[in-house]
Ligand binder design. Structure first.
Ligand SMILES: C[S@@+](CC[C@H](N)C(=O)[O-])C[C@H]1O[C@@H](n2cnc3c(N)ncnc32)[C@H](O)[C@@H]1O
Length: 189
């Protein structure tokens, strides 16, 4: 059985599978043998990338281990399970290797970016849910560019904060991503 069929059997909607495929197509290659998937939800991205890379190990982190996660895990081959660890906890933790996160809500994206700056880790994240006044990353002497809406300003502050901290930044829209929240922010060490 293919992973898309396993995912469907676990009750995960096809658009989530498509999200993972489009995300990975856009960020690959991952030049690290250890990857953290923060705010992983059902951890579908972890299984998908594990399946595509024999050498990668994954640590998937979410504060809740869902029933869908459990069902999906039960369908995985041992060869993938051996390279996967799920931690049911907050994202505040030691990080290394490469970090991915698809749709960490609101300022969780800021927390992930900040942790990756502080711990010197490369990352690829697709933020979502831009709530007003909640952002944590504020570059010094920030001047709001004219013509940007509220969401664009939050991301502009993230990007400028990264550059202020001497990090390279790549920002791109993920094509054919089945969600309007399709902005990828990537930074490599
Ligand atoms: C919008 S979902 C995204 C799930 C998945 N990455 C996806 O793309 O389908 C956000 C996830 O963040 C998790 N989450 C929220 N706060 C968290 C925290 N403080 N630490 C770890 N996970 C958290 C939630 O349980 C939820 O699974």
């Amino acid at each position: 059985m293919n992973l898309d069929e396993k995912s469907s059997l676990a009750g995960i909607k096809l658009r989530h599978f498509k999200k993972v495929v489009r995300f990975y197509d856009t960020i690959e290659p991952i030049n690290s043998e250890l990857v953290y998937n923060l705010c992983c939800g059902n951890a579908l991205a972890s299984w998908y990338i594990l399946n595509a890379n024999e050498k990668i190990k994954f640590i998937s982190v979410d504060k809740i281990k869902t029933e869908k996660y459990r069902r999906l895990e039960s369908l995985m081959e041992d060869s993938l399970k051996e390279r996967h660890l799920f931690l049911e906890q907050d994202i505040g933790m030691h990080l290394e290797g490469f970090v991915i996160s698809i749709h960490p809500c609101g300022n969780l994206a800021d927390r992930i970016i900040l942790a990756c700056i502080e711990q010197g880790v490369s990352f690829a994240i697709v933020p979502c849910c831009y709530k007003p006044g909640r952002q944590l990353l504020k570059p010094k002497n920030y001047i709001r560019p004219l013509g940007l809406d509220r969401i664009e300003i939050v991301d502009d502050m993230r990007i400028k904060y990264l550059r202020e901290n001497k990090r390279d930044v790549v920002v791109k829209r993920i094509e054919n991503f089945p969600s309007p929240m399709n902005k990828l922010i990537m930074s490599h060490i």
